[in-house]
Design a protein around this ligand. Structure first.
Ligand SMILES: Nc1ncnc2c1ncn2[C@@H]1O[C@H](COP(=O)(O)OP(=O)(O)OP(=O)(O)O)[C@@H](O)[C@H]1O
Length: 351
């Protein structure tokens, strides 16, 4: 059998595989280990949520997948295998083709990444031109169709608008249209609705995820909002202090979290859909700084389960690896096996 035939009969499920990725920022005498030995997989057509407290490394991870980490930051080690090719050593010229065409990025503040003096139509057609697609008339048509697909009622008219003439929600729709123009296989959406009014957040998110589902596009959705994850994602990865501490199917993570940090995040979650108000449980202690991660398990000093177990020494001595045979993996010396793990908050997970 030829190599091509083997590839054809055994297509890999994974679209993106990250292995042992570390990202460091060098500031003065300090090295901030924003990502430390992170490994993960995103499968084809899958919507994966990435959650965790502010500063745990979510955006750094998203940016590093496109190798957009700028000095004083650097990818200090690891691999980002996209469709069988490692992006970390790829020459910049080839990487520019991957960005937008294969993997695109949606950021929180759409306006910040748009050119304020360029009309929406030109912003969109420029993307197609930069990637050598179509002639002028075809590019214009595709730009118009892209705006129509994200709910612009008069797309022809909107092509002539300047970004500042649009509402925040409409700007983010343009940004979604732009990110999908080249039909990428992976969209990295970093807090795509956080800057919007709550009234339009759900609409915009629904638009993004349904457009990606229709196209079979994979999504890495970076968010603080576990409710959003419950509503939209297939799988979720929980980060703490520069590492993934738990990952698995949304239903399993929400109903039977195994890492005490995930349990704490879920306990702090307000209920959706009319459940009674929960008792909110704040985690003790501060989120650690990225230049002073604790030894052993980075969560040990804040961990209610460790305290309940009488502070076993191993938690302070040894860093637990992300273990499990998949799909539900956890990095904890004493992971819970109990369904529900005494959760106080509640959320509805879509079937
Ligand atoms: N340019 C930089 N220089 C120095 N440190 C940085 C830089 N960018 C990020 N960091 C550090 O890396 C760590 C991870 O930051 P990152 O923005 O990825 O976290 P996050 O989880 O996305 O947070 P948030 O939810 O607030 O966006 C933080 O400790 C941050 O201070």
């Amino acid at each position: 059998m030829t190599a091509a035939a083997m590839t054809h009969t055994e297509p890999p499920e994974a679209l993106l595989t990250v292995r042992n990725l570390s990202v460091h920022f060098h500031t003065g005498d300090t090295t901030v280990r924003a990502l430390d030995d992170v490994s993960l997989t995103i499968n084809r057509g899958e919507i994966v949520g990435l959650v965790g407290e502010s500063g745990c490394g979510k955006s750094t991870l998203g940016m590093s997948l496109l190798r957009l980490i700028e000095a004083p930051g650097e990818i200090a080690g690891g691999e980002v295998i996209f469709d069988g090719r490692d992006l970390v050593p790829l020459p910049e010229k080839e990487l520019r083709q991957v960005r937008g065409r294969d993997i695109s990025l949606i950021v929180q503040d759409a306006l910040a990444v748009m050119n304020p003096v360029t009309r929406v139509g030109e912003q969109l057609t420029e993307v197609l031109r930069d990637h050598g697609q179509g002639n002028r008339a075809e590019r214009r048509l595709r730009a118009r169709d892209a705006l129509a697909a994200v709910g612009f009622p008069r797309p022809e008219h909107s092509l002539r608008s300047y970004p500042h003439q649009l509402s925040g929600g409409m700007q983010q729709r343009v940004s979604i249209a732009q990110s999908l123009l080249l039909e990428p296989r992976l969209v990295i959406a970093d807090e795509p609705t956080t800057a919007l009014d709550v009234t339009v957040q759900a609409q915009v998110l629904q638009l993004l995820t349904s457009a990606c589902r229709t196209r079979g596009t994979s999504v890495l959705l970076i968010t603080h909002d576990l409710g959003v994850v419950a509503e939209t994602c297939d799988r979720v990865m929980v980060m703490y202090a520069g590492r993934v501490v738990e990952s698995g199917p949304v239903r399993q993570i929400f109903t039977a979290p195994r890492h005490p940090y995930t349990v704490a995040l879920l306990e702090a979650l307000l209920p959706l859909r009319g459940a009674p108000p929960p008792v909110l449980h704040a985690l003790p202690g501060q989120t650690p700084q990225a230049n002073e991660w604790a030894s052993g398990c980075r969560f040990h000093s804040r961990c209610p389960r460790r305290a309940a177990l009488g502070n076993p020494a191993i938690c302070e001595a040894d860093e637990p690896a992300l273990r499990g045979a998949g799909p539900h993996d956890v990095a904890c010396h004493f992971p819970s096996d109990e369904p529900s793990a005494n959760r106080k908050g509640s959320v509805t997970v879509d079937e």
